[in-house]
Design a binder for this molecule. Structure first.
Ligand code: DOR
Length: 430
């Protein structure tokens, strides 16, 4: 019903980095599409007051683990998309490290069917690079692309063989889809955390930044050799940022992403052995965090992606070395980024919004992440000045593995429009 009448989102600060728009304005929505963004819209319709709020394109998260099929106790497409909606994300990519993994069209089909039936936001499936994500034989990429995969990744593990990676990059060019690389040298990556001062003090076997950087460098070389599109997942070190920065200067087709947790936390978060801070790649040093923030500010880093990685609480309640890697991120990203990066660190909110909208959309070449007239009316309203506390018990996600429980934040996602329909109003799913 709401789709038929016009909607006017009135008086918010509209930030649409795709069009360079940043001003107080009204957004007019008709028949599920953005119709106009103007200083003052004069039209009949339902008016939503957004004064004092920030109005942005529906956010795009290109790195989400939905765990379905296989680990529906941790997350499902239904619960994961509800978590995304709460977090302001209207388009998310489903990583293929499910069980079975998305190395065949039938798994891609299943993800799409479940998303259509139970999903409350748009889900774009990612196919595996290799069969069984074993790094040995390349998956039937053509079949995955035909089924709707928007990229290929063995995320969770690195493709160990440079030769296999080279062939995968060459093959991906036939479909003009990016390869998303989880860059990690398995021989060097030995531990539960970053190798440095804190790991030495805790007496833990650890993983140096070089474990990531050697593979980032390798994959950049292979992207340049093949001319294929490489996207580096979850950069975590200053050295990786520098490798990508130089590759971009040379004109290589390389893009990359960073997670909110790598932008906000450091290895110090592991000092109390909190298994919720055990992530892959690991949280690194203050200097690394600074370099990631600089990379975001200067545009070297294309996207902020949550790497939302739900894990069962009984699997996280154990020794640090035995715990699985990952933390949930969909419901905490916006409040944390606005509080820690924009309010505290003074990073330009336009750069943050760009990394959550038009830039990941352009890495994937999908028509999302903009409020330009004619695009699907996916829109997120954020209150940038509301005091709150992160409460994992209130999550839509089936998992609670976040180290941010109890953390004070000063921003919240209030309303989300998906395809012209209000799916979230006043923080409540409709
Ligand atoms: O922390 C992580 N968790 N990093 C990954 O690459 C995989 C993910 C997962 O699937 O749990």
């Amino acid at each position: 019903v709401e789709r038929l009448t016009a909607l006017i989102v009135k008086g918010g600060r509209v930030i649409d980095p795709a069009t360079g728009f940043d001003a107080v304005a009204d957004v007019l929505v008709r028949r599920g599409k953005i119709s106009a963004v103007e200083p003052s819209v004069d039209a009949e319709g339902t008016v939503i007051d957004a004064s004092g709020k920030i109005v942005v394109p529906g956010l795009v998260d290109m790195h989400v683990h939905l765990r379905e099929p296989g680990r529906e106790d941790e997350e499902t497409i239904a619960s994961g998309t509800r978590a995304a909606l709460r977090g302001g994300f209207t388009t998310i990519c489903a990583m293929p490290n499910t069980d079975p993994c998305a190395d065949t069209a039938s798994v891609i089909d299943l993800v799409e069917a479940r998303a259509a039936a139970d999903g409350v936001v748009n889900v774009l499936p990612i196919g595996a690079i290799t069969k069984g994500r074993q790094g040995k034989e390349i998956a039937e990429m053509g079949e995955l692309a035909a089924a709707g995969a928007v990229a290929f990744s063995d995320d969770g593990t690195s493709v160990a063989s440079a030769e296999v990676m080279r062939r995968a990059l060459e093959y991906s060019k036939m479909f003009d889809l990016p390869i998303i690389s989880h860059c990690e040298d398995a021989d060097l990556a030995r531990g539960a955390m970053h190798e440095g001062f804190v790991s030495t003090r805790l007496g833990l076997v650890a993983t140096p930044s070089a474990a990531e950087e050697v593979v980032v460098a390798r994959d950049v070389c292979l992207a340049e050799l093949t001319g294929a599109r490489l996207h580096v997942a979850h950069l975590s070190s200053a050295g990786s940022v520098e490798i990508v920065r130089r590759a971009k200067k040379r004109g290589a087709k390389v893009t990359c992403e960073v997670t909110p947790h790598h932008l906000i936390l450091t290895e110090d978060a592991l000092a109390g052995y909190d298994t919720n801070c055990k992530v892959n790649p690991p949280l690194r040093t203050e200097a690394d965090r600074e370099a990631l923030r600089e990379g975001l500010a200067d545009g070297t880093i294309d996207a902020i992606a949550t790497d939302h990685a739900p894990h069962a609480s009984h699997e996280k309640e154990c020794e640090l070395i035995d715990a699985p890697f990952g933390m949930v991120g969909l419901e905490t990203a916006v409040p944390l980024l606005l509080t820690e990066l924009v309010s505290r660190a003074g990073i330009d909110p336009v750069a943050v919004v760009a990394a959550l909208t038009t830039r990941p959309a352009s890495v994937l070449r999908v028509p999302a992440g903009t409020l330009s007239p004619g695009s699907s009316a996916d829109l997120t309203v954020i209150d940038p000045s509301v005091e709150g506390t992160i409460d994992t018990s209130a999550f839509e996600s089936r998992s609670r593995n976040s180290p941010f429980h109890g953390r004070a934040v000063s921003a919240a996602v209030t309303d989300v429009l998906v395809g012209g329909v209000w799916m979230l109003r006043g923080g409540e799913i409709q």
